[in-house]
Design a protein around this ligand. Structure first.
Ligand code: KG4
Ligand code: ZN
Length: 340
């Protein structure tokens, strides 16, 4: 079965065809992040306008043909219906509904956060349940227990900023570019850890729950950069050191809580998902700490950040079409919510 996936929840316009939930036939992503670099973050109106400009060319490239030519070789359409920026979501959802109608194909709405986890089904092995899922993106930090397809239990999540948001905001404080995860990671690599002097907090690292908090770390970076600026000491080397320590702090908290949850729930697999899991340090630390008996799945970096392959994969493994007229964009879906 070939499914056309469409993803427009934030600042990426993406379309992909995936065969039987595992084989990527096409994967096209247009990102408006260059526009957001200028403003240091996403302006939803700007992101939505870019979605509108890109959606048809991106889908046509993924299909390998113009939409108004013969019906394409697909069996269904899948689309992210939430959560995300409402203006961006609407472009994908309404386009997908129209295509399903004109192609006379079933349509499956997909929860973006659950979708992220299915990037792990596009790899060689196949995750076994029960599995633990860590979804860390620009807007979300969630730990979930996956008992089976359609059976997701939320264990904990961030009480304030998401991990990706913390990377993005700290990068802005350091004068580094958007998105902050890759720019902080790049600067951190330049730092020699033997010269480490600065220590930042690791909020909630030892609490017994599975919640996270990253706003205190951001405030600590704000205070530190202010202090250094006043003394005229915020130079390239200190920025690299701060980048290193920010990355360490975020990864330490994510890894500690994730490993604790794998032990408590005695899971067979651990699935990492979301843009932040493209981070090399996080990938390295989790590989070091995980019990070898647990099957670890980490998507290749290009499938961690937003794209439509995992939306199509999710729809294959959770094939629940809905009448197109009943599908609505929902900006505030939670990770546990099944789309009814
Ligand atoms: O999953 P994603 O592409 O979009 C959302 O659903 O939010 O995640 C975007 C987030 C951004 O906050 C970005 O800074 C972060 O993922 N990110 C990274 C890396 N690449 C992207 N964070 C840390 N290290 C990276 N290499
Ligand atoms: Zn995402």
């Amino acid at each position: 079965m070939k499914i056309l996936g469409i993803e427009t929840s934030c600042d990426e316009t993406a379309a992909s065809i995936v065969k039987d939930g595992r084989e990527i036939i096409s994967n096209v992503v247009a990102s408006s992040s260059d526009l957001h670099k200028k403003t240091g973050g996403i302006i939803p109106e700007v992101a939505a306008r870019e979605q509108l400009r890109c959606i048809i060319p991106v889908i046509e490239e993924a299909l390998g043909q113009k939409i108004n030519k013969k019906n394409p070789d697909i069996d269904a359409v899948a689309v992210t219906s939430g959560p995300g920026l409402i203006g961006s979501l609407l472009i994908g959802v309404e386009t997908a509904k129209t295509l399903a109608y004109i192609f006379k194909k079933p349509i499956i709405p997909v929860n973006h956060l659950q979708g992220h986890l299915y990037a792990n089904f596009l790899s060689k092995g196949k995750p076994t349940f029960p599995a633990l899922g860590l979804v860390v993106s620009g807007g979300h930090t969630d730990l979930v227990l996956i008992l089976d397809h359609q059976k997701i239990k939320w264990l904990g999540g961030t009480r304030d900023d998401a991990a990706g948001e913390c990377f993005d905001k700290c990068a802005r404080l350091l004068g580094l570019g958007y998105p902050g995860g890759p720019t902080i990671s790049k600067e951190a690599q330049e730092f020699d850890k033997k010269e480490r002097n600065i220590t930042l907090p690791r909020p909630m690292i030892n609490t017994s729950d599975f919640d996270f908090s990253f706003s205190g770390l951001k405030t600590a970076v704000l205070n530190k950069t202010r202090e250094l600026k006043e003394k005229d000491k915020l130079n390239k080397k200190i920025i690299q050191e701060l980048a290193f320590e920010i990355q360490e702090a975020i990864c330490d908290v994510l890894v500690k809580k994730t490993i604790k949850a794998t032990e408590k729930y005695e899971v067979k697999s651990l699935l990492l998902a979301g843009g932040v899991t493209a981070n090399p340090k996080l990938r390295e630390k989790i590989k070091e700490e995980i019990d070898p008996k647990v099957n670890l799945f980490i998507p290749p970096p290009s499938l961690c950040t937003d794209n439509a392959t995992y939306i199509a994969a999710y729809a294959y493994f959770n094939f629940r079409p809905k009448p197109w007229s009943k599908i609505k964009a929902d900006s505030s879906l939670t990770i546990e919510e099944m789309i009814k």
